[in-house]
Write a protein that binds this ligand. Structure first.
Ligand code: 5GP
Length: 197
């Protein structure tokens, strides 16, 4: 059985990561989403077991101690983590898995799973990123400055990824990621059995 691909997508908040990943998943049937665990409160409309597994800090720390996460990180004061067991099962069953995680978590996955595919999503420009963050409407001058500072730090980490995709339009970004997946599936080192003809 061929192993599935472990695909990691990151990008600064406001890049449109959620929208791009949502469309990518809807249009790529062989790709499954890894649902993270988090200690943050659900936002309106978010469903437990669909967007995240919403758990207490206590339970999260128990899971850390039990080695239950492939990676975890503290993002803006809340824990976020990728459940390990489900991913292993699905990769072994040949399923491609998408992780949408922050750069701290992704750098840890790079160490543990160097065969993973690391895709960094960039906004077309910093001015456009600022416009998109402002567009959410909930930012004060202070939180905007903090988010822009955090975005610059995330972008610096993006140089360590394998691929970069600029989110000029959602459709183009999705097509680019699908092209990366096709190319990765076509690598000789992933297709030993194709030569048995
Ligand atoms: P939000 O609270 O807006 O859903 O997510 C905040 C940040 O946490 C985003 O950058 C998101 O990609 C990241 N994130 C979500 N799940 C995980 C996870 O399992 N691990 C890590 N390291 N980051 C995550």
């Amino acid at each position: 059985m061929k192993q599935g691909l472990l695909i990691v997508v990151s990008g600064p908040s406001g890049t449109g990561k959620g929208t791009v990943c949502g469309k990518l998943l809807a249009e790529t049937p062989q790709l499954a989403y890894s649902i993270s665990a988090t200690t943050r409160q659900p936002r309106e409309g978010e469903i437990d077991g669909e967007n995240y597994y919403f758990i207490s800090r206590e339970k999260f720390e128990e899971e850390i101690a039990a080695g239950g996460f492939l990676e975890y990180a503290d993002v803006y004061g809340n824990y976020y983590g990728t459940p390990l067991k489900k991913i292993e099962e699905r990769l072994n069953a040949g399923q491609d898995i998408l992780l949408e995680i922050d750069t701290q978590g992704a750098l840890n996955v790079m160490k543990k799973c160097p065969e993973g595919i690391f895709i960094f999503l960039l906004p077309p420009s910093m001015a456009e990123l600022e416009r998109r963050i402002r567009g959410r409407g909930s930012e004060t001058t202070e939180t905007l400055a903090r988010r822009m500072g955090a975005a610059k730090a995330e972008i610096a980490a993006g140089r360590k990824y394998t691929y970069v995709v600029v989110n000029t339009t959602v459709n183009m970004a999705v097509k680019n990621i699908q092209s990366i997946l096709i190319a990765e599936h076509s690598r000789v080192d992933r297709n030993d059995d194709a030569f048995d003809i």
